[in-house]
Design a protein around this ligand. Structure first.
Ligand code: MN
Length: 190
């Protein structure tokens, strides 16, 4: 059983002008695809081939001998999740119970945006910023390096932004802050 490379939830030009078609073609069509292909090569003929993507991540997290499998599995999952954290109609605060939880944790949606932006821009090198929920339902913000993700730490991801340079360099060059602000203002979907 191979891990799936899912279709994007929208066309590659749907997030223009905020994320260009060229970025999507490279980011989804080359980078994301390569993580899935590498993972399938690494797990072929091993017991990992019978597990779901989530199970592979949990089984290999923190295990040095499985680091290559973890890195590719986590990056495959992170990108699946990231594409679904954006929409051409995105950029609005969530409603209902999630908004109440955000207000409880951060004071306001604006304050959440500020803390999320700080995490995304202060992540040194490649990585991700996340809104996460623990088992008690408490929300917090975390940043992770490289492929690491909340699943590996027993947390549920609610929102993420990819801050690897491949996510924004063609459109924003070194201006990661502009990319993250644009993500929150025009693309983010909870
Ligand atoms: Mn990426």
């Amino acid at each position: 059983m191979a891990v799936e490379f899912p279709a994007l939830p929208y066309s590659s030009d749907a997030l223009e002008p905020y994320i260009s078609t060229t970025t999507m073609e490279f980011h989804y069509g080359k980078h994301h695809k390569a993580y899935v292909e590498n993972l399938n090569k690494l797990i072929s003929g091993t017991p990992f081939a019978d597990l779901t993507l989530e199970e592979i991540i949990k089984e290999t997290a923190g295990e040095e001998k499985y680091q290559a499998i973890f890195n590719n599995a986590a990056q495959a999952w992170n990108h699946n999740f990231f594409w679904n954290c954006m929409s051409p109609e995105g950029g609005n605060a969530p409603k209902g119970a999630l908004l109440k939880k955000i207000e409880k944790a951060f004071g306001s949606y604006d304050q959440f945006c500020e803390e999320f932006t700080n995490a995304a821009t202060s992540q040194f090198g490649s990585g991700w910023a996340w809104l996460v929920e623990d088992k008690e339902g408490n929300l917090s913000i975390m940043k992770t390096s490289n492929a690491d993700n909340p699943l590996a730490h027993g947390l549920k991801a609610l929102l993420t932004v990819d801050v690897w340079e491949h996510a924004y360099y063609l459109d924003y060059q070194n201006r990661r802050l502009d990319f993250v602000r644009t993500f929150l203002t025009h693309l983010a979907k909870f």
